[in-house]
Every structure is written in structure tokens, then in C-alpha cells.
Design a protein around this ligand. Structure first.
Ligand SMILES: Cc1ncc(COP(=O)(O)OP(=O)(O)O)c(N)n1
Ligand SMILES: Cc1ncsc1CCOP(=O)(O)O
Ligand SMILES: [Mg+2]
Length: 367
């Protein structure tokens, strides 16, 4: 038996009853529909029973307030607002936008229910205020979960270098299927960095790729990036976590097992492993060689990216040493055809990941 609150519609002035009921009815519908749309993605897109359950519980709680008394005033034909829609409602560029739009719709509807609900029944206002906060938490958790999932799915990481064709090259790589980009510019002024990072962030999000900022937590926050990459000389992970909150990604560079273990203990979401080979992009850092890649393959229990001097000609050596994720600068930033190089890297990385995954499911005697 659903425990329905007792509504006191008859206590209201007569002329206000239909309008108030229609507002509540329409917004109860709106909130429930929006949540259903988000729930479907949590369930089928993210396979997250936790997030899907939260959507469902919120929906069910809202449904308790959707009484026959309220529905009785529904007058769809007489609703002057059914024709009104914003052009943005007609198109959704990607899942991120679709989720954002529907979460926003849910939060707006909950706010309307909170305010008009107070005229209806005192408890309704406070009940919907609680639900509105739950919707905010849901949004943050969903965003964080999406980021971690995307990170796990990313096998190729483009770290940018200053270039006249920066946006064209990054877009070409995104066209090739790239899902993880780091903005790295060691020399530009802050005003330039801010402008470029903001534009790159938008570009990456348009392609549903993650956007990470090198070194600078403040810049990452300023442009609403998905996270930050910190080297051994950059700020401690714990401090960055405090500033960025629990749902953004923090990466750490490592060059040896001790740094790797420390980064894991400190709560990094991923690590860089290298420079594997000597590279002019990071000339001051000695190469770790493939030995450290082998160590990472055996010991790292978080996503790790082999980095440093990797290109199509030596990719196989890195993969044979156990890597299944790589990060590159020059191989894409200086490529004549960044889309093709990206596609080549991703196809090779996917091949080894599929093979290793298959082998890991074989009985020991066949592996
Ligand atoms: C994925 C990834 N790994 C390592 C690094 C290097 O970071 P850091 O040691 O801080 O050096 P700079 O990039 O800041 O010169 C990286 N950026 N990305
Ligand atoms: C930033 C960084 N950190 C370790 S190696 C490296 C640069 C890698 O650049 P490239 O792919 O051009 O060798
Ligand atoms: Mg750094």
C-alpha cells in the first residue's frame, strides 16, 4: 500500500485550486519523466545499479505525491504551454548534454514543487526541498562516475604541446576516437592559458572526451575541466583533492616503483609511467626504459599510461612489455595525419586489451 499524504486542496480559495493542482501535476510528471530518462542511462549506459536505484527511489517518492486528486485537474488540451519549446530542446549533441538537460529539468520541477507545494500542504515544501538536494547529489555522483568510466575506457591519452594548429590537431584526433586529452603548455601566459584551456575543454566535451589540465589545479577549476595532472614537483594529491572535490580526476607522473606506490596510496586516479624512452619533449628526465613498464604491468592496480618517446615504430615494444594504455605528445601533435595515427594507436591498444582480456578468462592451462 502506497502511503499517500493527505492533501488539503479544499482548504484553498476555490479559484486557486485548479491552477495549483495543474502546476503540481505538471511538475510531478516533469520530475518523474526526467528521472526516468537519467535512470535509463545509469542502468543501461553505465551499468550502475547504485545510481539507477537512487533515481528509482526518488521517482517512487515523487510518485507518492502524485495523487488522483491532483491528476483530476489535468487539462492537456487547455494547456497554453504545450506548444512552447526552446530550439535547444529539439537537439541533443551527446549523452552528456541529454543528461545535463534532464537533470536540470528535474531540479527545476522539484523547486516548483517545493514552492507551490507549501501552499498545498506544509510537509510538501520540506519533502521536495530534501528531494531537490538529493537530485544535486545524484548529479555530482553521476558526473564523477561517468568520468571514472571514461577514464577506464581510454587507452590513448593525448598530451598537447604548443602549436599553431592546436585546435585542428586535437579535433582531428578526437575525430579518430580519442577520449582523453591533457592541455600542457609550459610557457604561455595565464591569460592565454585560460582562454585556450576553456576552448579545448569545450571542444573535448563536445566529443565526449575527458579534458585534463597539466600542473594547474586553479586553471582546471576555472575552466571546469575533468581533472588535473600533477608531477612529482607539483602540489600534493591530498591538497589537490581538497580543492577539486571527490569527483574530478587526479593523475600523477611516476618514474619508479616507489613513486608509483606513493601515488596509489595518496589516491591518484591514474598514473603516468615513464619517460619510457628519452624524449626531447621532456629532455631533463632520464628514460626509465621498458623495465619500469614491466613492473607497472605486474604491480599497478589503477589505470596507467606508458609515456615518453612512444610512436608507431616502437609501440609494439611498449605493448609487449605489458602496456595497454599510452600517452603521447609528438606522435600526434606533429603527425601529418593525426586522425589516422590516433586510429592506428587505438586499434592496436584495443587489440592487445581484447587479447589479454580473453586470455585472462581462459583456464590456467590454456592461458
Ligand atoms: C600522462 C602524463 N604523464 C606524465 C606527465 C609529466 O608530468 P610532469 O612530470 O609534471 O611534467 P610536465 O608535464 O609538467 O612537464 C604528464 N604531463 N602526463
Ligand atoms: C610530459 C612527459 N612526461 C614524461 S615523458 C613526457 C613527454 C612525452 O612526449 P613525447 O610523446 O613527445 O615523447
Ligand atoms: Mg607537471
Amino acid at each position: 500500500m502506497v502511503d499517500r499524504p493527505k492533501l488539503l486542496l479544499s482548504d484553498l480559495p476555490l479559484q486557486a485550486q485548479p491552477a495549483l493542482s495543474r502546476i503540481l501535476d505538471a511538475n510531478l510528471d516533469r520530475a518523474r519523466e526526467g528521472l526516468r530518462i537519467v535512470e535509463e542511462w545509469c542502468r543501461f549506459g553505465l551499468n550502475s545499479s547504485e545510481l539507477a536505484t537512487e533515481c528509482k527511489q526518488l521517482r517512487q517518492e515523487i510518485a507518492k505525491w502524485h495523487t488522483p486528486e491532483l491528476r483530476a485537474f489535468r487539462d492537456t488540451l487547455g494547456d497554453v504551454g504545450t506548444e512552447l519549446s526552446h530550439p535547444q530542446e529539439e537537439t541533443r549533441a551527446n549523452i552528456g548534454q541529454l543528461l545535463q538537460a534532464n537533470l536540470c529539468r528535474v531540479q527545476e520541477a522539484l523547486r516548483v514543487l517545493e514552492e507551490y507545494g507549501k501552499l498545498y500542504l506544509a510537509e510538501m515544501g520540506s519533502a521536495f526541498k530534501q528531494m531537490r538536494y538529493r537530485a544535486y547529489v545524484l548529479e555530482t555522483n553521476l558526473l564523477g562516475y561517468q568520468r571514472q568510466q571514461k577514464l577506464l575506457q581510454s587507452s590513448l591519452y593525448l598530451v598537447t604541446s604548443a602549436s599553431e594548429n592546436l585546435f585542428a590537431v586535437v579535433e582531428a584526433a578526437l575525430e579518430g576516437g580519442l577520449t582523453l586529452v591533457q592541455y600542457r603548455d609550459k610557457t604561455a601566459n595565464d591569460d592565454v592559458r585560460f582562454e585556450v584551456a576553456g576552448k579545448l575543454c569545450k571542444l573535448c566535451h563536445h566529443y565526449e572526451a575527458l579534458f585534463i589540465v597539466n600542473d594547474r589545479v586553479d586553471l582546471a577549476l576555472a575552466v571546469d575541466a575533468d581533472g588535473v595532472h600533477l608531477g612529482q614537483q607539483d602540489m600534493p594529491i591530498a591538497t589537490a583533492r581538497q580543492l577539486l572535490g571527490p569527483h574530478r580526476i587526479i593523475g600523477r607522473s611516476t618514474t619508479n616503483p616507489a613513486e608509483m606506490q606513493r601515488a596509489i596510496a595518496e589516491g591518484a586516479d591514474y598514473i603516468g609511467v615513464g619517460p619510457v624512452f628519452a624524449t626531447p619533449t621532456k629532455a631533463e628526465k632520464a628514460a626509465t626504459g621498458l623495465e619500469y613498464v614491466r613492473y607497472a604491468a605486474q604491480n599497478a592496480n589503477l589505470p596507467w599510461f606508458a609515456i615518453g618517446g612512444i610512436d608507431p615504430s616502437n609501440l609494439n615494444d611498449v605493448l609487449s612489455a605489458g602496456a595497454d594504455r599510452i600517452a603521447v605528445v609528438r606522435a600526434i601533435m606533429q603527425a601529418e595525419q593525426p586522425t589516422l595515427v590516433t586510429q592506428y594507436f587505438i586499434s592496436q591498444l584495443t587489440r592487445v586489451q581484447t587479447l589479454r582480456n580473453y586470455r585472462s578468462h581462459l583456464p590456467q592451462s590454456h592461458a
